[in-house]
Every structure is written in structure tokens, then in C-alpha cells.
Design a protein around this ligand. Structure first.
Ligand SMILES: NC(=O)C[C@H](N)C(=O)O
Length: 366
């Protein structure tokens, strides 16, 4: 449990923060108290999971760095002015690079957020996270939280020690969005580089650029800068799927389609005991004739098959180039393969196994 500290300590922190450069948290500023209190400001629970935003290198121009080397508390201490936006309570959920993100951390996050909202501990949640799998964590949480209070993920493309580290500005803007009344009722959001994206729409689309997050099909839902938060899309209805009590998600494998494709990967997946397969198909979710024969074997064996696309943009349409009705397939609509995998896992865990029922959920809103 974290403890509430007194105002003299807060004043000391504010004094330090005001003269320190923004990257100070990576340069041994020391751990501040876990609760940064200012009476009557909104309460934001910060859940730190690691990633480049918590990364640290030996020198400011170093190429390599260790992700998850800085704690959430140190990270907050390097964001001057954030304490004027909200009362921040920081908890460390994990400290990993997000290529190692996994469903156990997702369950931990989901349960902590549900508890915080049920006990009225927080008005909003900000999660710091690596960018590689941020869209997957955001989408998982979007499907299981179902609360109007904002849940915002943020991260960074440059480690905390880099020249022009982007983490502090992203953290500031994430908290700014979290406390904005208009952020309510929008599901889980991702805030980086002055843009606000929905969990459903967002995808990492550049390996290294600061402007890596885009929502190719849906566009950003809003914009943020130090002076303002502007939403350009309407709020959405809140709904949620249950978390499996045993904290296990069924095995669903992604199969990447390509020229010269045979059915080997699909047959191997079925033999390996998967409950579902998501095809990262060519174009509008296409596979070769040989692979389609493998898909037919898979569905006959009771494996649910969803057709998504490797293209990264556009919708996968039902029954246009592939006869989904005939083969009993699900079209992923706007969902990329990694998000289609999560939705299929959650639906299977909630007892939905019929392709038609699964299709209805994938098609929500379209
Ligand atoms: N920019 C980043 O955060 C990348 C890092 N590999 C991560 O996802 O943790």
C-alpha cells in the first residue's frame, strides 16, 4: 500500500521539479513519495508497466538502452507541472519491455482498474507502457473494463535519457486527457505525440518515429497540447466481456499469409490444439487455395477461424473474395490480426464458439 505524505515533502518535490530538465528522472532524482497530493484535484491512479518510457541508457546519445529501468515514481518526478493537473498515486504493476507483455499482466491491470473504480479510489487511470504492444493492452482493457471513467495508455519512442526524450510530454498530456471531463465514456484511449486514439482504432505503424501511432480506419478521436484537449469523435457506449476466472485465455494463433502459401502452418496449429486461428491474410483477408483447404479442415475440427489482413489499413469484408458463409468463417472487419486474436480469445473464454455469434461482436458498429 502506498502512503499519503505531507505538504512539506510535496513542496520539496515541486521545488526540485521546477529547476530540473525534463529528463531528470533518469538521472538519479531519487524516488519521490508514491502519492503527490493537492487537495480537490482529480485523482489519477498511475499504473507503470515498463517500456521505453521507463528506458535508460548510459549516455544521452547512446543507441541501445534498457527498457523498464526507471520506476513509475521516478518517471512522474521528471514531469514538471503534472502535479498541478491531478493528485497522482503511482503503482508499479510490472517493469518490462512490452515485447514481453503477456496476459498475466493484462489480468493484473484489469483487476486493479476494476477495484480502483469499484472502491472509488480514482477518477481516472493512466498506464505507462511500451509502445510495441500498447495497442494490444489497450484493446484488451477496452473489452473488459466497461466503465465511463477514463483509462489512458501512454509511452515513449525514446528512452528517458535520450536527447529530446518524448516520455515526459506524453505523460503530461496523458494526465491532461485523463482529467478532462470530455474523456469520459470513450473506452480506453492511447495518448502520444499530441494525439488521442481509440483502443479499437490505434496501431503502431512506424518502427522508430515519434509519430508512430495512427488509427488507419477510424482516425484520431482527439488532439491534446499543453493548452487544450479537443475531441473530434463522439463518445461510445460502454460494454464489457467477463474476465475468465482461471486467468487463462484460450490459445489462438496468428497465421501470416504470403505468396507460395501452403496449409502447413494451419494444419500444425490445429494439431497443436489451438481453439482459434486468425489469418493475417493478403489484401481483403485472402489466402491461397491450398491454405483455404487447410482452413476448411480446421473449422471441421471445431477451430474458429477469423480472416484479418496483413495490409494494415481497410476493412475485411464478408463474402466478397472468400465465401465466409460456406466455410463458416469470421471476417475481422476493421480489426488487425493482433486485436482480432484478443477479441477471439475473450469471446471463446466467454463461451461463444459459433462463427455467427462471434461475427456479430466483430461487426459491432459496422
Ligand atoms: N518504444 C517502446 O516502448 C519500444 C519497446 N520495445 C517497448 O515496447 O517496450
Amino acid at each position: 500500500m502506498v502512503s499519503v505524505r505531507g505538504l512539506p515533502i510535496l513542496a520539496a518535490i515541486l521545488g526540485v521539479a521546477s529547476v530540473m530538465p525534463v529528463y531528470s528522472y533518469a538521472e538519479g532524482a531519487g524516488a519521490p513519495p508514491a502519492v503527490h497530493q493537492q487537495v480537490s484535484l482529480p485523482r489519477v491512479l498511475v499504473l507503470a508497466t515498463g517500456g521505453t518510457i521507463s528506458g535508460k541508457a548510459d549516455t544521452r546519445s547512446a543507441i541501445g538502452y534498457d527498457a523498464g529501468a526507471v520506476t513509475g515514481e521516478q518517471l512522474i518526478a521528471g514531469v514538471p507541472g503534472v502535479e498541478k493537473l491531478a493528485q497522482l498515486q503511482v503503482e508499479q504493476i510490472s517493469n518490462i519491455a512490452s515485447q514481453n507483455m503477456n496476459s498475466q499482466v493484462w489480468f493484473k491491470l484489469a483487476e486493479r482498474i476494476r477495484r480502483a473504480f469499484a472502491n472509488n479510489e480514482a477518477d481516472a487511470v493512466v498506464i505507462t507502457h511500451g509502445t510495441d504492444t500498447m495497442e494490444e493492452t489497450a484493446f484488451f482493457l477496452d473489452n473488459v473494463i466497461g466503465d465511463a471513467r477514463p483509462v489512458i495508455l501512454t509511452g515513449a519512442m525514446r528512452p528517458s535519457t535520450a536527447i529530446s526524450a518524448d516520455g515526459p510530454a506524453n505523460m503530461y498530456e496523458a494526465v491532461k486527457v485523463a482529467v478532462d471531463p470530455q474523456a469520459r465514456g470513450r473506452g480506453v484511449l492511447v495518448v502520444l505525440n499530441d494525439e488521442v486514439q481509440s483502443a479499437r482504432g490505434v496501431s503502431k505503424m512506424h518502427t522508430t518515429a515519434l509519430q508512430t501511432f495512427h488509427s488507419p480506419n477510424l482516425g484520431p478521436v482527439g488532439y491534446v497540447d499543453p493548452a487544450s484537449v479537443r475531441f473530434v469523435a463522439p463518445a461510445k457506449p460502454q460494454q464489457h466481456l467477463d474476465l475468465p476466472a482461471d486467468h487463462k485465455l484460450p490459445r489462438v494463433q496468428i497465421v501470416y499469409a504470403h505468396a507460395d502459401m501452403d496449409a502447413q502452418q494451419i494444419d500444425d496449429a490445429v494439431k497443436g490444439g489451438v481453439r482459434g486461428i486468425v489469418i493475417a491474410g493478403m489484401g481483403d483477408g485472402n489466402v491461397s487455395t491450398d491454405a483455404l483447404a487447410g482452413i476448411e479442415r480446421a473449422t471441421k475440427a471445431g477451430v474458429v477461424v477469423v480472416r484479418s489482413t496483413r495490409v494494415g489499413n481497410g476493412f475485411v469484408n464478408r463474402d466478397v473474395e472468400v465465401d465466409d458463409d460456406h466455410y463458416g468463417l469470421v471476417a475481422s472487419m476493421d480489426l488487425n490480426p493482433q486485436k482480432a486474436r484478443i477479441l477471439l480469445q475473450l469471446l471463446l473464454a466467454n463461451g461463444k464458439t459459433a462463427a455467427a455469434d462471434i461475427q456479430k461482436v466483430f461487426s459491432v458498429g459496422f
